[in-house]
Design a protein around this ligand. Structure first.
Ligand SMILES: Cc1ncc(C[n+]2csc(CCOP(=O)(O)OP(=O)(O)O)c2C)c(N)n1
Ligand SMILES: [Mg+2]
Length: 318
């Protein structure tokens, strides 16, 4: 017909997602809050990897940072305080096909959610955990959190916190079967992006602590490190976080650290000289994954499932 192909309109075009396909509601965080930087990194990563929005889920607990799922145009679950990680593990147990991100705060993960955090690291299911650590309970207006530094003032410690703070990286590196442990900062977008990218690529529980500025309550704590890069230590290795040379050059302090060396990773994490190490402390792609067991039987049809349940129940017959 006049040289036209009859089925031209039926041609299936490849799907392309643009940034707007991942942008949800307008973020209500304060201007200058580090959470904005993490949000745009995750949105850009989703766009760059073309993650299908309907196959992506962001799970959070309660806190300022935990408002994250509202700001992504993907599936999301804004749940209960401290319970983000177990919800994500539950989703992963039966949905190997989804991309699962967890966004949690230092109160959410390291106080009320501690038991879940420890066991999830041991289970090593394939999820990406982003701990947005501003050293304070932000949403409830400035109470001391486990990561609040000694002497820092808050509403619960108006004369300054008097006890030693918890280091989430050292804790995670101490848990058997940890498989990916990294640290980055909200104020260095290339490092932040590359760290989240490497975490997402890793198959297992990736734990990323992001030092995050709270402009309202803890604006001073990372201000020095932001101004002076010698207060940070950049860990570099071909198997580590792949930052462009132009970015790496801006760090005066660097160390070559092989992320398969757990003991060296622990040493770097626990140094108490006031310098923040950033990069990959530890990676073990061979660590056992609990989701390899929980996804058993996903391909069974409904009648086979009923038969299996009946068989299991019959075993308890007296
Ligand atoms: C069971 C329960 N306990 C306490 C609270 C009150 N609460 C809400 S958010 C929060 C702490 C949030 O701090 P963090 O996780 O560090 O998040 P941020 O706001 O700093 O991002 C607390 C204690 C709650 N909502 N539910
Ligand atoms: Mg916090």
């Amino acid at each position: 017909m006049y040289g036209l192909k009859k089925d031209w309109a039926m041609e299936k075009r490849p799907r392309v997602c643009v940034l707007e396909d991942y942008v949800g509601r307008e973020a209500r965080w304060c201007p200058g809050c580090g959470d904005h930087a993490v949000l745009s990194s995750v949105q850009r990563l989703a766009r760059d990897l073309q993650l299908p929005p309907e196959k992506t889920v962001v799970v959070s607990g309660i806190g300022c940072s935990s408002r994250f799922p509202h700001y992504m145009k993907t599936y999301g679950f804004h749940g209960l305080h401290g319970r983000a990680i177990p919800v994500a593990c539950g989703i992963r147990s039966r949905r190997p096909d989804l991309d699962i991100f967890v966004v949690t705060g230092d109160g959410d993960c390291c106080a009320i959610g501690t038991a879940h955090w420890i066991h999830a690291i041991r289970y090593n299911m394939n999820i990406t955990v982003l701990l947005l650590d501003n050293n304070i309970y932000g949403l409830t207006k400035a109470q001391t959190s486990p990561t609040t530094k000694r002497t820092e003032r808050s509403n619960t410690h108006p004369r300054g916190s008097f006890f030693v703070s918890l280091n989430p990286i050292s804790v995670t590196l101490g848990i058997d079967n940890a498989s990916f442990v990294a640290q980055t900062v909200d104020w260095n977008p290339p490092h932040l992006y590359e760290t989240i990218k490497a975490a997402h690529e890793h198959k297992g529980t990736s734990f990323v602590r992001i030092l995050q500025r709270c402009p309202h309550y803890t604006s001073h704590i990372f201000a020095e490190a932001q101004r002076d890069s010698s207060l940070m230590l950049l860990m570099r290795h071909p198997e580590g976080i792949n930052v462009p040379d132009a970015v790496a050059k801006t760090f005066k302090n660097q160390v070559e650290h092989d992320p398969s060396n757990l003991n060296e990773g622990r040493e770097i994490a626990s140094q108490s000289n006031g310098v923040y190490p950033i990069g990959l402390f530890y990676k073990n792609p061979q660590a056992e994954r609990y989701d390899d067991f929980t996804s058993y039987g996903l391909d069974m049809g409904p009648s086979a499932k009923i038969e299996a349940v009946n068989e299991a129940l019959d075993r308890f017959m007296v």
